[in-house]
Write a protein that binds this ligand. Structure first.
Ligand SMILES: CC(C)(COP(=O)(O)OP(=O)(O)OC[C@H]1O[C@@H](n2cnc3c(N)ncnc32)[C@H](O)[C@@H]1OP(=O)(O)O)[C@@H](O)C(=O)NCCC(=O)NCCS
Length: 164
């Protein structure tokens, strides 16, 4: 399996926010953003490892600012790190006001995807080659998050066993 650069799987996706995307408060629904992020992360994961890939976890979702109807949401997705069968995809969300031409960074989040074989079991993914300083920093940070997620899952299991 040939290693791939980060650049080979990067994705940019834009969508106009429409009245159907609104929540009860009148701003864009968080679910709209998460659905779009899942799609863009899926494309990056499949460009890196080939389909099928599935979401196994979503991490560190934060909504810094509201997004409004009529704004253009652009998602930038990159594979930050790969394990054996899983990949962390980092997503940066930008909202553009078409009237003022201002662009705001409204969200960031991490999606973990697993590549599956024809039996629905995890399959190995290609190694990742971070080239730029920024890609190397993201790779390093993602490696720490991967370790923290693993420890968190192990601790949950330990507490469940202890309380059983
Ligand atoms: C994806 C799936 C097949 C993985 O099965 P599994 O038994 O957890 O497999 P493993 O324990 O071997 O883990 C596979 C990889 O996922 C990672 N992983 C599993 N659970 C994780 C979690 N909660 N967070 C982060 N990574 C996780 C593991 O670390 C491992 O990575 P690695 O191979 O790079 O080291 C299974 O969880 C599944 O089918 N989930 C549903 C997926 C789906 O339908 N998603 C759509 C949204 S509903």
């Amino acid at each position: 399996m040939e290693a791939k650069t980060v650049r080979e799987s990067q994705v940019v996706m834009s969508q106009l926010m429409q009245p159907g995307d609104v929540n009860f408060y009148g701003t864009v629904h968080g679910g709209t953003i998460l659905r779009m992020a899942d799609h863009v992360a899926y494309v990056a994961a499949c460009r890196h490892a080939g389909p099928p890939c599935v979401t196994v976890a979503v991490d560190s979702v934060s909504f810094h600012e509201p997004i409004y109807i009529g704004e253009v949401v652009t998602m930038l997705a990159s594979v930050n790190h790969v394990g054996n069968t899983s990949m962390e995809i980092g997503i940066k969300v930008l909202a553009e006001n078409l009237e003022t031409h201002t662009v705001r960074h409204t969200n960031s989040c991490y999606y973990i995807f697993v590549a599956l074989d024809k039996n629905g079991k995890p399959r190995p993914v290609p190694r990742l080659i971070p080239e730029t300083e920024e890609e190397k920093r993201r790779y390093h940070d993602a490696e720490m998050r991967r370790e923290l997620r693993k420890r968190y899952r192990e601790e949950v299991e330990r507490l469940k066993t202890a309380s059983a």
